[in-house]
Design a protein around this ligand. Structure first.
Ligand SMILES: [Zn+2]
Length: 101
């Protein structure tokens, strides 16, 4: 039997500390091999961290190294650029979904 609380788990943005993100939070995950990726599905295995779906929180997290801290692993400049572009498209998807409501 599953507990009923799976849907109410609190997700907090590592940049601003907000857990009340109207646009939703984007999950990042670090896999066993140390690779950090943007987990749009929210289902990848590994240590996860969340960011608000907005540019300023991503920029803040990147600038202050909060994402790598939360994920307990370094993120290379290359990876960060890749994350940024994936983050942008995920954010845009979320925005589109919000508008459909
Ligand atoms: Zn935030």
């Amino acid at each position: 039997m599953k507990t009923a609380s799976s849907k109410t788990s609190v997700r907090t943005c590592v940049a601003c500390g907000s857990s009340d993100a109207k646009q939703g939070l984007v999950r990042f995950v670090r896999s066993k091999d140390g690779k950090v990726s943007c987990d749009a599905s929210g289902r990848l295995a590994g240590r996860g961290a969340y960011l608000c779906a907005n540019e300023s929180c991503f920029a803040k997290a990147a600038k202050q190294g909060r994402l790598s801290k939360a994920l307990r692993g370094q993120i290379s400049v290359e990876d960060q650029h890749e994350l940024e572009s994936v983050f942008r498209s995920v954010r845009q998807d979320l925005e589109n979904k919000t508008h459909e409501e």
